[in-house]
Write a protein that binds this ligand. Structure first.
Ligand SMILES: Nc1nc2c(c(=O)[nH]1)N[C@H]1C(S)=C(S)[C@@H](COP(=O)(O)OP(=O)(O)OC[C@H]3O[C@@H](n4cnc5c(=O)[nH]c(N)nc54)[C@H](O)[C@@H]3O)O[C@H]1N2
Ligand SMILES: Nc1nc2c(c(=O)[nH]1)N[C@H]1C(S)=C(S)[C@@H](COP(=O)(O)OP(=O)(O)OC[C@H]3O[C@@H](n4cnc5c(=O)[nH]c(N)nc54)[C@H](O)[C@@H]3O)O[C@H]1N2
Ligand SMILES: [Mo]
Length: 701
């Protein structure tokens, strides 16, 4: 179904013009299908594919200007080596041979040192989400080398682990079905910014009579446009879900038939919820009115079909994993899963049954597995790991800007005895600390194959143009490094297209009839799943029991309470009154609309659109500190501080301040950003970062 007709390169009557099928590589649930118009070898236009059902012909502002990114005068075009002190950004041009020979020699020396190859650490994340450039030749390379492993926990691992405990994996409703929902709860998510094409579907549902409810401590662009906004205290979502359960159970709004057939542990959960989570108590925890909770529960229990769009904002807290798990119990209680337009979605990622073993070749790792370093604790790892990290290769990420507790991260990158390579298309905040910088191609210049975490299509990315300058794809850099290291397995000679074929060659039914040759022609194809996909209408959960697990043996085995419970944030005033005496305000730093994490934040067009770093405050909190709209303020805690411009707008609830992010440090006044105050503390599940679990004070300067 929905097969696009056009070929990967559509020739137009003007023979110098072609249209190339591509995929947006950025870390966003929408993973848009793109059409790139190329004239005389130059990309002149990037558009959304009008035939792709989820993209529906439109791209976000950032990506519609993609040619400006690709042809930016700031693009890195040649390898560089550092001249002058780390962090100052002084570099001179070198050849690829010199760059790769230097890197190979340094890696060989580190591997041969007493600490061995574990003194080498890859630092990569999701600058591109294509399977080739995100996790293929690079993983093979580091596995064979025996380097330390990186646990990539910066974004989603708490929620993923929570959902896995309840539903069995990263599965949920088909986002194309939101159009038919009658209630959509947008929970810890700001889709107008972060999931635009989901928002388009929510708008369509609204036109068809649906009610939209936003749950967010902050009146985001999305919350502003919903029918109702429930502004709870940060990190208290699990408690809210338990309060909703209390009402559903005590008012008989549960689907006992569904519960009996398809769930595990209802009796125990019911007992706990009725004993401990009456709406009165929950109202106190969440900072809400009792009526707000009761009415929300009644709406949720009586409107059919009811959908929840859970997203990652709510899980960036110490209790985020259990909160996601608890919320994921709701649709099984009411039987919302029976309808394709009911249920919950955090991520669709596990529907893609790509062959990860073939892509990444974990079998190449030494039998004694190298240690694992948590990405969210990179600052500690670079300053205090034993044995020390002596060499880092950074690609697809900008840790100096995006990792929590920046001053530690910077202290690590400043170490004179740390050999640091950064591969990127731009001279990022992190690249300033590199010994060697390698220029990376952008999505218009390389092959890739994509999954999505917000829809159910596989996409191919065809290169539209030749690499800009001397830039190379990540895969090619690791291929060349592997040859220099003397790695002689065939897998180090696979071409990018070979790897793409291996990725979709798992033989799983969801990839039936999918092959690389036709995928790169068509650009995209839906997984082999029914059009009216209702994944858990008849149970079939992916848990060990095959049921929705209100009671989870797998959590029990990890020493975690097997039943849902409220796991409070670490830095909410109620959790830590002592700390709150010094730092009484909860600090959130969610994404701005015109940056993508720190990507695009270097481009003048998007920086101009965002103005300057701002801190949004409630007028009561501003008045208590003598702060007026437009004042320059400093946000600080024991970890650090940074300055921004106050915007007194009552969008955050009282006690919460919001600094839309993530700015490059080098483009701010004091070369600091939100991560100067965030902590390296990890969440209850998945070792995840807790960016939004952060107390601060604010002063006028
Ligand atoms: N334009 C744009 N799009 C993006 C990104 C971007 O940087 N820019 N980033 C991409 C990436 S990597 C990701 S992970 C997603 C993230 O996108 P989302 O999953 O939507 O998550 P966030 O943007 O982190 O936060 C969304 C909302 O959660 C709220 N929030 C914070 N704490 C809590 C809480 O405790 N409870 C509740 N209920 N709400 C809370 C914030 O105020 C914010 O409005 O977006 C992707 N899309
Ligand atoms: N305070 C605060 N901090 C946050 C967040 C927040 O909301 N608030 N969000 C967190 C979240 S959800 C996430 S996902 C992380 C994201 O953090 P990162 O994954 O580091 O994402 P970006 O900041 O976009 O940096 C990606 C870099 O990869 C580069 N890149 C893109 N494609 C390629 C390629 O093909 N090859 C190479 N070599 N490089 C490439 C880009 O140019 C860019 O510099 O940040 C986290 N940090
Ligand atoms: Mo993310």
């Amino acid at each position: 179904m929905n097969a696009p007709r056009a070929a990967s390169q559509i020739t137009s009557p003007d023979l110098s013009v072609k249209v190339v099928r591509a995929a947006c590589p950025h870390d966003c649930p929408d993973t848009c299908a793109m059409l790139v118009t190329v004239k005389d070898g130059v990309a002149i236009r990037v558009q959304g594919d009008p035939l792709h059902p989820f993209t529906d012909g439109s791209l976000c502002t950032k990506v519609s200007y993609y040619t400006e990114r690709t042809y930016s005068p700031d693009r890195l075009k040649h390898p560089l080596k550092r001249v002058g002190p780390k962090g100052k950004g002084g570099f001179e041009r070198i050849s690829w041979d010199e760059a790769l020979d230097t890197i190979a020699a340094k890696l060989k020396a580190a591997a041969a040192s007493p600490d061995g190859p574990q003194s080498i650490l890859p630092v990569s994340y999701a600058g591109t989400m294509g399977m080739l450039q995100y996790s293929s030749m690079d993983r093979r390379f580091f596995h064979k080398l025996g380097a330390s492993q990186l646990d990539r926990t910066l974004c989603s691992s708490a929620g993923k682990a929570g959902i896995k405990a309840t539903l069995g994996g990263s599965y949920g409703m088909d986002p194309e079905r939101y159009v038919d929902s009658k209630l959509i709860v947008i929970w810890g998510s700001n889709p107008i910014t972060s999931n635009l094409h989901m928002w388009a579907r929510a708008q369509e549902a609204k036109r068809r009579g649906a009610k939209l409810i936003a749950i967010d401590p902050y009146r985001s662009l999305t919350a502003e446009k919903c029918s109702q906004h429930i502004a709870l205290l940060p990190g208290t979502d699990g408690a809210l879900a338990l309060g909703v359960m209390h009402v559903l159970i005590s008012e008989n709004l549960v689907d006992l038939d569904y519960i009996e057939r398809y769930t595990l542990g209802y009796a125990q959960m019911r007992e706990r919820v009725l004993a401990e989570y009456a709406p009165q108590r929950v109202a106190q925890i969440c900072g809400l009115e009792v009526d707000e909770i009761v009415q929300f529960a009644r709406d949720y229990g009586t409107t059919k079909p009811a959908a929840i769009r859970l997203n990652y904002g709510m899980q960036r807290h110490a209790g985020g994993g259990i909160a996601a798990r608890t919320i994921a119990c709701l649709p099984a209680l009411t039987g919302a899963w029976r309808d394709p337009a009911g249920g919950i979605l955090l991520t669709t990622a596990d529907n893609y049954k790509f062959d990860h073993a073939a892509l990444e070749r974990p079998d190449l790792m030494p039998a004694e597995r190298p240690r694992v370093i948590n990405h969210s604790k990179l600052g500690d790892a670079l300053t205090a790991a034993k044995p020390a990290v002596r060499a880092v290769i950074v690609y697809n990420t900008n840790p100096v800007a995006v990792c929590p507790d920046s001053s530690k991260v910077i202290a690590g990158f400043e170490r004179e005895d740390l050999f640091c390579v950064v591969m990127d298309s731009f001279l990022t905040d992190t690249a300033d600390y590199a010994d060697i910088v390698l220029p990376a191609t952008t999505q218009l210049e390389h092959f890739d194959i994509h999954k999505s975490y917000g829809h159910l299509y596989v996409l191919a990315n065809n290169p539209a143009i030749a690499p800009v300058g001397e830039s190379l794809p990540n895969t090619e850099v690791f291929r060349r490094l592997a040859a220099r290291m003397g790695f002689d397995e065939q897998c180090f000679r696979d071409s990018d297209e070979d790897i793409a074929r291996q990725a979709i060659g798992s033989g799983h039914a969801n990839l039936a009839s999918m092959d690389w040759e036709s995928l790169k022609e068509s650009g995209w194809k839906r997984l082999s799943l029914p059009e009216n996909f209702a994944p858990f209408a008849h149970g079939n959960f992916h848990t060990p029991s095959g049921k929705c697990e209100f009671y989870s043996d797998s959590l029990d085995a990890q020493g975690v309470d097997p039943l849902p419970f409220y796991n409070p944030p670490a830095e909410l005033p109620a959790s830590n009154p002592e700390l709150a005496k010094k730092y009484p305000l909860s600090f959130l730093s969610p994404p701005v609309r015109n940056f993508l994490n720190s990507s695009f934040a270097n481009m003048p067009r998007f920086r101009d659109l965002e103005g300057e770093p701002g801190l949004e405050l409630h007028s009561d909190d501003a008045a208590a500190r003598g702060i007026a709209d437009g004042d320059r303020v400093r946000v600080f805690n024991d970890r650090g501080g940074f300055t921004l411009r106050a915007r007194v707008n009552d969008k955050p609830r009282r006690g919460v301040v919001v600094a839309p992010s993530v700015w490059w440090k080098k483009f701010t006044r004091d070369r600091k950003n939100a991560n100067d105050v965030t902590s390296q503390r990890t969440a209850d599940l998945g070792g995840a970062a807790t960016f939004y679990d952060c107390l601060v004070e604010v002063e006028r300067i």
